[in-house]
Design a protein around this ligand. Sequence first.
Ligand code: FMN
Length: 375
Amino acid sequence: MNRSVEFTGIRFHNPFLLSSAPPTESESNILRAFEAGWGGVVTKTIGLHPVVNVFGAKAKFMRTSPEDALVSMKKRPGAALHSSWNWELISDKTLDWWLPRIRRIKAAFPDRVLIASVMAGSGNDKELQNWQRLARECQDAGADGIELNFSCPHMDRRDMGSNIGKDQGLCSVVTEAVKEAATVPVWCKLTPATADIEVEAGACFRGGADAIVSSNTFPSIPLIDPETLEFEINVDGLVSSGGLGGPAILPQSLAKMAQLTRAFPDRSFSGIGGISDFSQALSYVLLGCGTVQVCTAAMLDQAVGPNVIKRLLAGLDAFLERNAERGWSGVEDFRGLRRDRIVPQSEIRRPDAADYHSGYEVAEGYAPPITAERQ
Ligand SMILES: Cc1cc2nc3c(=O)[nH]c(=O)nc-3n(C[C@H](O)[C@H](O)[C@H](O)COP(=O)(O)O)c2cc1C
């Protein structure tokens, strides 16, 4: 039985990573995460521009229960987690703050994987050089790989985050610039807020990306309290679009991943969104992911998810044991096994197939539309 995986040329003790977010925003958290058993950690996104977060809470959790059917940030007994909502920006610590910490973390855990998430702007050469500088300095400090944040849905600058991830030209140009500077693997974390994510992924791959990471949070706003008529999170009564994570985004995130892995079956993907135990991680792996990442579930479990990683590892071990007679001894043996089960609606069997023409009426005198079966 083998928990380890090789992903973009990097060897991981196990395929479970903490994603770039509050669990990975400090040295002490990252050290605790490695002690707890996480195979890898992606740092909270590091940038070069000044970062000032909004007043008050940056992230909250929504819960629901069969008794009240509410989706609400209000804590009440018996309610189960629905999602996380946040409008937190990238790390408010400087690159100079991060670099010695990256060095110390790698010195303490040389065989654990530390990926530096980075973000700069776009639209001019200076910003491209900022991306290159971030990548170069993080890798020189010991980062095993670089994750490009093309995905934060609520940056306070228009030339950043998901606005890059929505523009295939920018995705390609920024990736190419970083690849010129990087000697370690480069992953691109894309926003799910586009129509066809394989378009932006293709642009990243053309720029030289070693992997695509998906999903960041989905654009969303908090609910309005029916009593006060105020948004459940607001500052002076005002709110702006933030990001949804956790269980609520699991099926949507899987759909994005299915689009990606079907479009690029031979490429590397890291899956994120709504993972808190092995059954959910398994869905991503069966679609073709080589690693998976966790945020919301870890935030709710002593800040770095010691119980979450324990469950993920135990789940993987039990799964491999259950399937040992199939000859499966590691993740590679079942990765991508269900990728090809996603087909166009018209290819799903009907009770009476003889009269079915892929949703079209067959007009007399015209050839029936071509279905995949008839091609
Ligand atoms: C409070 C908060 C802060 C986050 N900050 C970052 C960030 O700095 N960089 C990044 O790439 N993703 C960031 N994310 C997104 C997560 O890494 C992850 O992609 C998302 O939450 C979905 O995973 P989950 O369903 O496990 O939460 C953040 C998420 C939350 C909840």
